[in-house]
Every structure is written in C-alpha cells, then in structure tokens.
Design a protein around this ligand. Structure first.
Ligand code: FE2
Length: 377
C-alpha cells in the first residue's frame, strides 16, 4: 500500500502506475438471443462479423458472437440450456454488460496487484491457447455483477481469443464510423458511489478526475451524483453514478429498479464525424433522445464558435458543450433492450476532455419526458 500513502508527497507524474491499462479489450453482454443481437449491432450500429464460439466450434453450453468496429469489440453471449449462471443473469437483469475487459501487458500481475489490494477474484490467471498462440486472462468483481477481465494477448495472433473461430458471413453492412470506447458509466445503489470510487482508487490505482453533485445535475424532479474515475494513463474512464433525492424517481433509480441492481448504464463510443455517424445510425433505425428545439436557440451563446453548421446538429438532436480545453458533440440513444436500462452515447471530442455537464439539464429533462411515458417518473 506504499503507493497510496505516498500520494500526498509525490506528484502524479512520479507515482508508479501499478495497473497500466492499454485500453478496453472487449465488452461482453449477456443477452437472451446472441444471434439476433449480433444482427442488430451489425445492421443498426455498423459492427462487422468477427468471431464465433458455439456448437460448431465444440462449445457445448454457450454461444458467443463477436462483432467489431475499429477498436470496439462486443461479445454477445447466450446460454444453450436452462438453469445456467448466464441464464439466471439474464432472467434477473435482462440483457446487459457482464464483462468490461481491460487490455494489459501482464494479466497475472494485474490480478495479483488488484486482489492484494482487496479485489474479489472472479477468475485466477488462466492460460488459454490454440494454434494462434496463447492468451492469459484473469478477472475481478466490481459493482453489481459486473466483472473486469484482464486480457494479456501479446503472444496471440488469432482473430479474438482461443476457442473462437472466425465468423464469416455474406452480410457485412458498412461501418457507421464508430472508433473506440471513450468511457463506460456504472450506476450504483444510493449511498454506494463513494464506496466504488474508493474501490477504483485503492484496488485499481485510478483517480477521481471530475465530481458532479446534485447541484450540477438536477432538474425540477430528479437528481444524481457522479464521480469520474480515470486509470493512471487516462485511457480508461469510468464515471460512477448514484441517485440523489428528488421529488420523483430519478433515471438512476429507474435503471436500478429495472436492472435489479447496479450495472453498466451506458457505453460512450467515439466518432470523428458525429454528423455522418448519427445520420447513418438514424437511417438504420437507432433511436435517440431529443431535447426541445429551444435548446438550439441559445446553445451557441453558451459554447461559442464551433466548426460545424448548427442546422444538421439541430436536425439530428446532437448536443454541444465546451470546457477550457475545447468542445464536444454528443447524443444519447434510447435504451437498446426491452428494459429501460443500458444505452449508448455517441461522442466527438474537439479538444474537450469533459463529459457534457452543460447538457445535463436539457438531457435529463428529455429522459424524464420518456420516463413519464413509461409511467416510471
Ligand atoms: Fe457519458
């Protein structure tokens, strides 16, 4: 624990990062129909077929499709029988994120460092191999039933992971320009935000880079609090939300009620051209939250000059925010499964490294209008 006690005397640059993370390796969702989910992510979001594991590859109990778009890899997994841990996960939570896999150079060290600091092990370091080489994976538990899997793949040349075959198909819709996972947000139970902030600080060596309290994020009805945790090198960012007291049920409480516990609220994925990306996503059936047209009457007074024309941003419902380093463009989808739980954010950063605080009020009012329609406000 010496690293932690040295924190006050050492500048951030001289602190040793005991858990260097290269990036997000993959995100695995447990879903009730992996075959159809894969088709949805290809058709609607522009992911490409990449790898497959199932009966045809000798797998007896589960089926997983891996879809890819630039650096983003989604694994969509369903059970093949009743009464399985995956089936129970789906029964309780609906479709949702089970694994946030982190790409590291040394999975054994990552597991040893984090478990020594108090993480509960999900899987001890395990070597998996096939004709393409070997991968080492190890996992720890985080909030809810979510797992962080450490993936060491420097000695592997296969398409995804050992046990997966290539997934070849004649149906390959074009990419929509999504490039990498910008951040992934967790919703945790009332009063638990600081517990998980401390977990990411103590166990994973992350730092709290931004805090929003209920004064930043509140509407007439609902409120939430959020702290953004960042890995040492800044490549991984995990905002953690908890509900705050309001007159009506907050969107975080709605999530916790329908997910039946803490879990991943949204995946933010980056594009270099949000107007083109969102136009394509909309044409392919992805549904987005809308803010009132009045948002665009004053937005440029708030954010100043931007390179884009306002017209297409208004037409698509894309939001704009600025911080001292630049600005960002962002938009949020409606939930992507039956339950009002997980959704996607599409984000284009033009210098800004923040998360769109200036849009929170308009955005949450838009969410509340949808909650009203669902009868869950
Ligand atoms: Fe976000």
């Amino acid at each position: 624990m010496s690293v932690l006690t040295q924190k006050e005397t050492l500048s951030p640059e001289t602190l040793e990062d005991f858990l260097p993370i290269n990036g997000t390796d993959y995100v695995e969702l447990y879903v009730s129909n992996s075959k159809q989910a894969a088709h949805y992510y290809k058709t609607a979001f522009g992911f490409q077929s990449w790898a497959y594991k199932g009966l045809e590859t000798g797998e007896k109990d589960i089926e997983s499709y891996v879809v890819i778009q630039d650096k983003i890899r989604l694994v969509l997994t369903s059970p093949l029988h009743s009464d399985t841990p995956i089936g129970r996960h789906i029964d309780k939570h609906g479709d949702g994120v089970k694994v946030i896999a982190l790409w590291v150079d040394d999975a054994t060290d990552a597991w040893e460092q984090t478990t020594a600091r108090g993480a509960k092990s999900f899987m001890s370091p395990t070597v998996e191999e096939d004709q393409y080489g070997h991968v080492v994976r190890a996992g720890i538990h985080t909030y809810g039933e979510v797992i962080h899997m450490f993936v060491e793949r420097k000695d592997y040349q296969g398409p995804f992971l050992p046990g997966y075959g290539e997934w070849k198909t004649n149906y390959n819709p074009e990419s929509t320009g999504l490039k990498y996972v910008d951040h992934m947000v967790g919703n945790v139970e009332l009063g638990k935000m600081n517990h998980w902030v401390k977990f990411y600080e103590d166990v994973m060596g992350f730092t709290n880079i931004i805090t929003f309290d209920d004064k930043d994020i509140s509407t007439e009805y609902t409120a939430l609090m959020s702290k953004v945790m960042s890995s040492g090198n800044g490549r991984i960012k995990f905002p953690i939300n908890e509900p705050a007291a309001g007159k009506k049920k907050s969107q975080i409480e709605e999530y916790l009620d329908f997910y039946e516990g803490a879990g991943v609220q949204h995946l933010a994925v980056a594009t270099d051209n949000i107007i083109e990306t969102v136009t394509t996503l909309r044409d392919r059936g992805v549904e987005f939250l809308r803010v009132p047209a009045t948002y665009y009457e004053t937005v440029l007074d708030r954010v100043g000059h931007i390179d884009e024309d306002l017209e297409p941003l208004r037409d698509l419902g894309i939001l704009i925010d600025r911080d001292p380093e630049g600005y960002l463009l962002q938009i949020f989808t409606r939930p992507v499964q039956s339950r009002p739980t997980m959704f996607f954010e599409i984000i284009q950063r033009k210098g800004a490294r923040s998360f769109g605080k200036g849009n929170f009020k308009a955005l949450f009012e838009a969410i509340e209008r949808e909650q009203e329609l669902r009868g869950t406000l």
